[in-house]
Design a protein around this ligand. Structure first.
Ligand SMILES: N[C@@H](CCC(=O)N[C@@H](CS)C(=O)NCC(=O)O)C(=O)O
Length: 210
């Protein structure tokens, strides 16, 4: 088994934190997106989508969505449970996961990729057609990402963890999202005291450094 990874990128980090929480070690190969290594023939031969993370199984099967990779390891090693134990908890975690991805990560990525010179003509990740940047999408992404942080602030004022009373994969997605938000200038400590305190609490978990 091999995990194609990038230390700085948010989605591979979700998998690393998840694996650290499970105590699972997988050999890793670093792919430098900034240098375009994910679009070079050697990596496209591994994953034609040109995105990371990608998990390659011993029989050559690939899995290339970060949460699908996490689900795979959850099924292989159910404890500690991170995706929920009963119908309601599983559904709640899934609902938060989707909100974090669609309202948080997606909008931060839009703000980031539509504004950085390094991503000129690469506004969408991976090996799709050249995608021009649209500055208005960066602006809109920032606006919606701010709204997402406000919503998460309110949620964490009402709940110790994102999906309820205990740490789950939704907290992994949320801490990665919050750290990613800094890349577009959105900091929890600016007007989101509960979120800032939660971020510090997450940082105290050794897995967060993965
Ligand atoms: N939904 C995918 C997203 C994968 C993705 O977009 N990964 C980014 C890094 S966070 C990437 O590979 N970017 C390649 C690029 O910028 O060309 C997942 O969760 O794994």
């Amino acid at each position: 088994m091999k995990l194609y990874d990038m230390a700085l990128a948010p989605n591979p980090r979700r998998v690393r934190i998840f694996l650290a929480e499970k105590g699972i070690e997988v050999p890793r190969v670093e792919v430098d997106i900034q240098k375009g290594e994910n679009l070079a023939p050697a990596y496209l031969a591994v994953n034609p989508r040109g995105v990371v993370p990608t998990l390659v199984l011993d029989d050559g099967t690939i899995l290339d969505e970060s949460i699908a990779i996490c689900r795979y390891f959850e099924a292989l090693q159910p404890e500690p449970n991170l995706f929920g134990r009963d119908a309601l908890e599983i559904a709640r975690i899934e609902a938060w996961q989707r909100r974090i991805e669609f309202e948080g990560l997606f909008n931060i990525a839009a703000a980031f990729r539509n504004s950085r010179p390094a991503f000129a003509n690469r506004a969408a990740p991976g090996a799709g057609p050249p995608t021009p940047q649209i500055p208005e999408l960066a602006e809109r992404g920032l606006l919606l990402a701010r709204g997402f942080l406000d919503m998460l602030e309110a949620r964490l004022a009402a709940s110790p963890f994102v999906a309820g009373e205990r740490y789950t994969v939704a907290d992994i997605s949320a801490i990665v999202c919050l750290d990613f938000a800094r890349w577009v200038g959105l900091k929890a400590e600016d007007g989101h005291p509960t979120l800032a305190a939660w971020q510090q609490a997450m940082k105290a978990r050794p897995s967060t450094a993965a």
